[in-house]
Design a protein around this ligand. Structure first.
Ligand code: UDP
Length: 456
C-alpha cells in the first residue's frame, strides 16, 4: 500500500523552516512520508549543521533543494529581495519537482503543506490539482492583521501600496494586542522598497490562502482566544515543540553548541539570563557593547547567543577585556539548542527579540521575558507578552535610539524581583501545553487534519 506523501514548503528563513520541520516530524510519526523543500543555500546550511550536530532525521523525511534565485553572496536578510527572488524562480522548479516525483516509482504526492508566506506554492499545488494546507508559523493575530488589509485600506488607515496614512494605535478586536500602525509588519521591514514588496507579497498571499483547504497556525487557542474568534478559519495546532514529541528539533542553519547545557547544569535554579535574538537580528557596535556591559553590570549569570553575523565587526566585537572579565559568570555561544535551554531549570528570564518561535518557546517553558523587538511581527508579540499576558517587560530606547545599560539592568531587576511575572508565566505554560495534549484543542485540530490528509 502506498504511503500518504506530503511536500512541505517553508518560506526560506530560519524561523519558518524550524516549525514546519517540527510539523513534518509529527506527520512522520503518524505514518506520512515528507519531502521537505529548502532553497539550495538553506539546504546546504541545514545539511552541514546536521552533520556537525551528529544528528539524523527520520528516513521518512527527504530533504531536497531547489534554486532560491539569490546568488550565495547575496544578502538573505533583505526580505524584499528574498521574496522577489523566491517568487521568480521557485514556482516553476517546484512544479517540476512534483511532476518528477509523480512520474517516478515511489509514493505520489498527495498534499502540499506550504508556508502561508509562500503562497506561490499553494498556487502551484492548485495548478497540479494537489490538495493544499497553508501553515502559518507565527501568531493568529498577525495573520488576522494580514487578512484585514482590505479593511484597513477601506478605513483609510493605509494606502493600497501599504503606506501608513494614519499613525495611531489600533486593536483589531477586544482582547487582541494593540498595535501602532507604523509598526505594522510590512511597515517595519527594511527600506521603503522592501516594505512595498513585502506588502504586495502579503496581498498575494491573502488570495493564495483562499486556495488552501485548511489554514493552520503554530499557536494555541488559549493564548489568542480573541484572534481565533475574529478569524475562525485559522486553526491552532501549536505550540509545535520537539519536547512534546520527546524528540530533537531539527533543520537549523548553524550547528548548535550543546556544551552550554552542561554549563547550565552547574548554575543554581532560576539564576541565568538567557539572551538571544533569533536568526537575523543585527546589532551596531554601540548597541552591542551597551548590551555586553549591561549583562556584566547585572551581576547575574548569563548565556548569550552571539551569532557569527550578529555585528558587522569581523574582529572581536566585545569591549576591551570583556571576555576575561565575564568568564566566571557569562557564556557566549554562536548558536544554542534554544528549546532545550529554555526548558532548563536554571533559566530565570529570556532577553529576546520576540520572534514568534522564541515567544512560544519561552511561554511553553514558563519563562518571563525582557522584550527587545526589531521588526516584522515582533512588536505585536511584545504587546502580547507585556500587555495581554503580562509575562514580561518592555525595554525603552533613549533619545539616541539606544537601549542603555542602566535600562537593561533595572528591567532585569524589576522582572526578577516581582514573582508575579513568573507565576503568570507558569500558568500560561500549563494552558498552552494542555492544548497539544489529548483532549486539547490544538491536538484535536491536528488529529482532524491528519485524518483528512490520509484520505487525500
Ligand atoms: N534558535 C536556536 N538557537 C539560537 C537562537 C535561535 O535554536 O541560538 C531558534 C529558536 O529556538 C527559534 C528560531 O531559532 O526556533 C528563531 O525563530 P524566531 O521566530 O524566534 O526568530 P527569527 O529568527 O525568525 O527572527
Amino acid at each position: 500500500m502506498s504511503n500518504p506523501h506530503i511536500i512541505a514548503v517553508p518560506f526560506p528563513a530560519q524561523g519558518h523552516v524550524i516549525p514546519l520541520m517540527e510539523l513534518s516530524q509529527c506527520l512522520v510519526n503518524h505514518g506520512f512520508r515528507v519531502t521537505f523543500v529548502n532553497t539550495d543555500y538553506n539546504h546546504k546550511q541545514v545539511v552541514n549543521a546536521l552533520a556537525a550536530d551528529e544528528s539524523q532525521l527520520s528516513d521518512r523525511i527527504c530533504l531536497v533543494s531547489l534554486p532560491g534565485g539569490l546568488e550565495p553572496w547575496e544578502a538573505r536578510h533583505e526580505v524584499g529581495k528574498l521574496c522577489e527572488a523566491t517568487e521568480r524562480v521557485m514556482p516553476g522548479k517546484l512544479e517540476e519537482l512534483i511532476e518528477k516525483i509523480n512520474q517516478g516509482e515511489g509514493d505520489k504526492v498527495t498534499c502540499v503543506i506550504a508556508d502561508e508566506c509562500s503562497g506561490w506554492a499553494l498556487e502551484v499545488a492548485e495548478k497540479l490539482n494537489i490538495r493544499r494546507v497553508a501553515f502559518y508559523p507565527a501568531s493568529a493575530a498577525i495573520l488576522t492583521l494580514q487578512f484585514s488589509i482590505p479593511k484597513l485600506i477601506h478605513q483609510g488607515i493605509i494606502n493600497d501600496d501599504g503606506t501608513v496614512l494614519r499613525s495611531q494605535m489600533i486593536q483589531l478586536a477586544p482582547g487582541m494586542p494593540t498595535m501602532k500602525t507604523t509598526e505594522f509588519l510590512w511597515a517595519c521591514m527594511g527600506d521603503l522598497t522592501a516594505q512595498k514588496i513585502v506588502f504586495q507579497v502579503m496581498v498575494r498571499n491573502n488570495k493564495a490562502a483562499k486556495l488552501a483547504e485548511w489554514i493552520v497556525c503554530n499557536s494555541a487557542y488559549e493564548l489568542e482566544p480573541a484572534a481565533f474568534t475574529v478569524a475562525p478559519e485559522i486553526l491552532p495546532i501549536g505550540p509545535l515543540l520537539a519536547s512534546s514529541r520527546l524528540g530533537n528539533s531539527a533543520c537549523y542553519f548553524w550547528p548548535q553548541d550543546s556544551t552550554c547545557l552542561q554549563w547550565l547544569d552547574q548554575q543554581p535554579p532560576c539564576s541565568v539570563i538567557y539572551v538571544a535574538f533569533g536568526s537575523t537580528t543585527f546589532f551596531d557596535q554601540t548597541q552591542f557593547q551597551e548590551l555586553a556591559l549591561a549583562l556584566e553590570l547585572s551581576q547575574r549569570s548569563f548565556l548569550w547567543v552571539v551569532r557569527p553575523d550578529i555585528t558587522d565587526k569581523t574582529s572581536d566585537p566585545y569591549p576591551e577585556g570583556y571576555q576575561d572579565r565575564v568568564a566566571s559568570c557569562g557564556l557566549m555561544v554562536g548558536w544554542a539548542p534554544q528549546q532545550k535551554v529554555l526548558a532548563h531549570p536554571s533559566i530565570a528570564c529570556f532577553l529576546s527579540h520576540c520572534g514568534w518561535n522564541s515567544t512560544i518557546e519561552g511561554l511553553s517553558n514558563g519563562v518571563p521575558f525582557l522584550c527587545w523587538p526589531y521588526c516584522s511581527d515582533q512588536f505585536l508579540n511584545e504587546s502580547y507578552i507585556c500587555d495581554v499576558w503580562k509575562v514580561g517587560l518592555k525595554l525603552k530606547k533613549n533619545e539616541n535610539g539606544i537601549i542603555p545599560q542602566g535600562e537593561i539592568k533595572s528591567k532585569v531587576e524589576q522582572l526578577l524581583g516581582d514573582e508575579n511575572f513568573k507565576a503568570r508565566a507558569s500558568k500560561l505554560k500549563e494552558m498552552g501545553m494542555t492544548s497539544v495534549k489529548e483532549g486539547g484543542q490544538s491536538h484535536r485540530n491536528f488529529k482532524n487534519i491528519i485524518e483528512w490528509m490520509k484520505t487525500c
